[in-house]
Design a binder for this molecule. Structure first.
Ligand code: ARG
Length: 544
């Protein structure tokens, strides 16, 4: 069911002929909403605005939703929802297993590409953001009733494996005993070695050829390196409470066997051309071409993503593709989308979106790095936040910091501010939830009945009730626009309105119907806060 404000707007539009552009009233005595539609129409019609307003009001059929509207000032229409209508809407939402989130009428298959760290390297802060943002999209779209297919496009193929394997063989290293941190050190030693030793560099190149040719020893070692990398990633995922599982790994390597066919298809159809020994596609509007195969016959990042689009559309049956990857890859994805549209791999009916995001900055406002100037590991960040708060609170702090601003913005990693239980933080929302739980626990212990909501006469009750019923709209917006900060803002506002309500309207000190009605509002607040926190990937502890 559409929210009360949208039902109301539709009714007014039916009479006025244009969108009434309902705005929240500036003061409780003006009701809940105000429209300037009469002022706008009066200009066009050359009539006095108050007359136009009175005319619209006389023709409105909204008695089942609103009190009789007032015409105020120069011709504003003030609307007040009926309090029994508000109460019924809250009760219906409280009884709804989806907490007022309308289920999609045409469920889609949505592929979300997120996290995507690189094998033999620990995750860094860029992967942290991708993981958190992608997990939020996953939860929001699943809550709308869509089928979400997570694709963890890890970097598990490519030239670096030549040197990793060669270095491990040189050292006689036991890969079974290696963990991800150890693999990263191996990577660094191999990297130093390849720069200093031409013979090693040549052997590493041969090792890549052996890997691609299916050599058995090489393949086994590759397998181990990828396996231990996944183990390391999984430990971090478990720590982060995200939905990614083993089944979601779809690394670059799975596309390997599709690449020659993609190249052949694009070449045959005249879309790909030879340029200085390489096979490339020039796409209108892009300065640099997409490289399908380099002059040595090697395949790279571009062609892998072309194959991935094709696979996701044809094999996974995607209706929508979402890529959560840092903003520095915007050009890459625009190029891939344009190319695959042109090639017909990405039909018009499938929406494709790259959602970029900004950097995490250190306390000095510069790109976050260790004292040695290397990238900060994600686990170190989690450790640092946990110095300030318990794990599930520290985690909520980081996630909220990541999600509560427009994604494109950089943000400063400030564990002290992020973990505070006051202000616009994740822990503040958790704390608000725990407080409501405490009141409901006490009410239960005292034997009071919670709900239904029946009496909502106080402005603070009405504000809270109205805001509660707008949860579904807030979620819809995030699902459509992929803007998690709007959900954060909604929940922060909810916590604030609840505080005002709690301050202005005694709950446990009231009696009878008023008491059970106010407890009903508390229960509805708990429901929405818990559901909202879950969509952001945060725990909703009942005690704090
Ligand atoms: N592994 C890449 C990186 O760390 C991100 C991959 C993103 N996904 C993709 N389909 N290209 O930068």
């Amino acid at each position: 069911m559409p929210s009360l404000p949208s039902q109301l707007a539709a009714r007014i539009e039916a009479v006025a002929g244009v969108d009434p552009e309902l705005r929240p009233a500036t003061k409780p005595q003006f009701g809940h909403f105000q429209s300037n539609v009469a002022l706008r129409l009066a200009k066009a019609e050359g009539r006095p605005p108050r007359e136009v307003a009175a005319d619209i009001v006389a023709r409105l059929d909204i008695d089942d939703l609103c009190e009789t509207p007032d015409v105020a000032g120069p011709g504003f229409i003030n609307l007040r929802l009926r309090s029994d209508v508000l109460a019924a809407a809250v009760n219906a939402q409280l009884a709804d297993e989806h907490a007022g989130i309308a289920q999609a009428q045409t469920p889609q298959r949505v592929v979300i590409d997120y996290s995507a760290p690189n094998a033999a390297k620990q995750m860094h802060v860029g992967h942290l953001r991708s993981t958190i943002i992608g997990d939020c999209f996953h939860r929001v779209l699943a809550a709308k009733g869509h089928t979400v297919i997570a694709q963890n496009h890890i970097g598990d193929w490519g030239r670096q494996f030549g040197m990793l394997i060669e270095q491990a063989l040189d050292e006689g290293l036991d890969l079974d005993a290696l963990d991800l941190a150890g693999a990263e050190e191996l990577y660094q030693r191999a990297n130093a070695h390849i720069k200093a030793d031409d013979d090693f560099a040549a052997r590493s190149r041969d090792r890549v050829v052996a890997l691609q040719a299916g050599d058995e020893t090489t393949g086994r070692m590759w397998d181990k390196l990828v396996g231990l990398s996944k183990n390391g990633f999984n430990q971090t995922y478990a720590r982060m409470n995200v939905r990614l599982t083993d089944a979601d790994y779809a690394g670059e390597s799975i596309y390997n066997e599709m690449l020659p066919q993609v190249c052949a298809d694009l070449e045959e159809r005249g879309i790909a051309v030879h340029d200085q020994g390489a096979l490339v596609v020039f796409v209108d509007g892009f300065d640099a071409p997409a490289i399908l195969r380099n002059s040595q016959g090697g395949y790279g990042y571009d062609v892998t993503d072309v194959a991935a689009v094709r696979y996701r559309v044809d094999e996974l049956g995607a209706d929508r593709l979402i890529y959560v990857v840092g903003s520095e890859q915007t050009y890459h994805f625009n190029l891939i989308f344009a190319l695959t549209r042109q090639a017909g791999y990405l039909p018009e009916r499938v929406e494709a979106r790259h959602v970029g995001y900004g950097m995490v900055l250190g306390p000095d406002g510069k790109k976050f790095s260790t004292r040695e100037g290397t990238a900060v590991h994600l686990d170190d960040l989690l450790d640092e936040a946990e110095q300030h708060a318990a794990p599930q609170i520290a985690l909520a702090a980081i996630k909220y910091a990541d999600l509560s601003n427009a994604l494109q913005k950089d943000y400063v990693f400030d564990p002290e501010r992020m973990t505070a239980t006051t202000g616009d933080t994740g822990p503040y929302l958790q704390y608000a939830h725990a407080r409501v739980c405490q009141i409901l626990r006490r009410a239960e212990a005292e034997g009071h009945r919670t709900g239904p909501v029946t009496v909502i006469d106080e402005p603070a009750e009405q504000e809270l009730a109205l805001w509660l019923t707008r949860f579904g709209e807030a979620v819809d917006e995030v699902a459509a626009e992929l803007t998690p900060h709007k959900l954060c803002t909604y929940l922060f506002e909810l916590a604030t309105k609840y505080s005002v309500f709690y301050e202005k309207c005694p709950v446990l000190r009231s009696e009878g119907q008023v008491l059970s009605s106010r407890l009903g509002l508390c229960a509805a607040t708990r429901q929405v806060l818990a559901a909202g926190l879950d969509l952001l990937g945060m725990a909703a502890p009942e005690r704090m």
